[in-house]
Write a protein that binds this ligand. Structure first.
Ligand code: ATP
Length: 222
């Protein structure tokens, strides 16, 4: 980007080698153009896409996940083409759940799908988010916060090379937010060591103590 009036797309430079790059991405849902020339670099460990409501956080995650094709620009993963579906853990929290799928049933599916799935981590997060009593219920019977916690527990247990999480604390109670921050702190270290990228999108930094490797700022009305 050569326009000197444009706000910086990258708030802090990654401290370790870059795993994932978004280069000059133009994209948006439907006919909307939400991202214009979006450029960001994500290293191993924990990173944040930071932006206000409507800034394009979900759009950015969908592009990184390969769910939404950009109209311009490109995604690079480990120096090559974009990550394949088998490398990315991503589920739009707004997406409806299959009828009759329970958290336990979903975890059983994910265990076969993700080589690095940690059953121990899943069970710990189930306890940490107080999900035990909901494990056998269909997802649609859980509250919005309950479904969000299941999604977080699964994302953090997946061990996927690239894990993308949208609006992590939406509809969460205080105790669950505290547990999430502890779990993220631990997951950040594990991801950095295993050279995996864990990327969240949110409107603030959640907890100043979290070891953000990179904070990519999405300005409103790019
Ligand atoms: N299908 C669509 N067609 C047109 N515009 C859309 C569509 N879906 C979303 N938008 C608009 O695109 C903009 C960016 O949406 P996006 O969901 O990526 O932003 P966000 O930062 O995640 O914000 P929020 O947290 O409000 O969802 C918003 O203004 C939204 O209203």
């Amino acid at each position: 980007m050569s326009d000197h009036n444009e706000p910086p797309a990258q708030h802090s430079a990654p401290a370790t080698p870059v795993l994932l790059k978004a280069e000059q991405i133009d994209a948006g849902p439907g006919s909307a153009q939400v991202l214009r020339g979006w450029t960001a670099q994500f290293p191993a460990g924990l990173s944040l896409i930071l932006g206000e409501d409507g800034a394009g956080k979900t759009t950015a995650l969908r592009v990184l996940a390969g769910e939404l094709a950009p109209r311009g620009g490109r995604i690079r993963w480990r120096g090559g083409p974009p990550p394949g579906a088998g490398e990315v853990f991503w589920r739009d929290p707004q997406e409806p759940w299959p009828e009759a799928l329970s958290p336990r049933g979903w975890a059983a599916q994910l265990r076969t799908q993700w080589l690095q799935w940690s059953q121990r981590a899943w069970e710990r997060h189930v306890d940490g988010f107080d999900l035990q009593m909901h494990l056998s219920k269909p997802m649609y019977q859980l509250s919005t916060g309950g479904r969000r916690k299941v999604l977080l527990a699964a994302a953090l247990a997946s061990g996927a090379p690239l894990t993308l999480i949208d609006e992590p604390v939406a509809a969460l109670d205080r105790a669950s937010i505290d547990y999430l921050c502890e779990a993220l702190d631990e997951a950040a270290q594990a991801a950095a060591e295993a050279r995996r990228a864990l990327i969240l999108a949110h409107y603030d930094r959640l907890d100043e103590g979290l070891p953000w490797q990179c904070v990519a700022v999405l300005p409103l009305a790019q």
